[in-house]
Design a protein around this ligand. Sequence first.
Ligand code: FES
Length: 124
Amino acid sequence: MTAQSTQAPAPLFKTLTDGETRVDIWFNGHSLSVPAERSVAAALLAAGVSRFRATPVSGAPRAPFCMMGACFECLVEIDGVPSRQSCMVPVRAGMHIRSQEGARDLPPEPGTNADTLEENAHAR
Ligand code: FES
């Protein structure tokens, strides 16, 4: 039996430059110092994050694939807004990012509000 390491795995990517500007962000409640002037996805990958979301059906882990806005594997919640394509959003200091776990709630239809929806649910 082999002992499992408790350390985070090494980042999947290496940067070509040293001494770059860094910013502090939050990911799932943990503070991270990440390279600035990149997308959120690139910054998180450089920090060693390898799980960005879980699929709605099986809960399988997902991470960025295309890095150009086509695959939607990089969806995260950024500053309280779910389903953001992290590969298309520039990282900035102080961002609060959360992994997206399964399906998000649908927004209410236009012309309705939460109270109306609640009343309709009880009237059925
Ligand atoms: S990595 Fe494919 S859409 Fe973001």
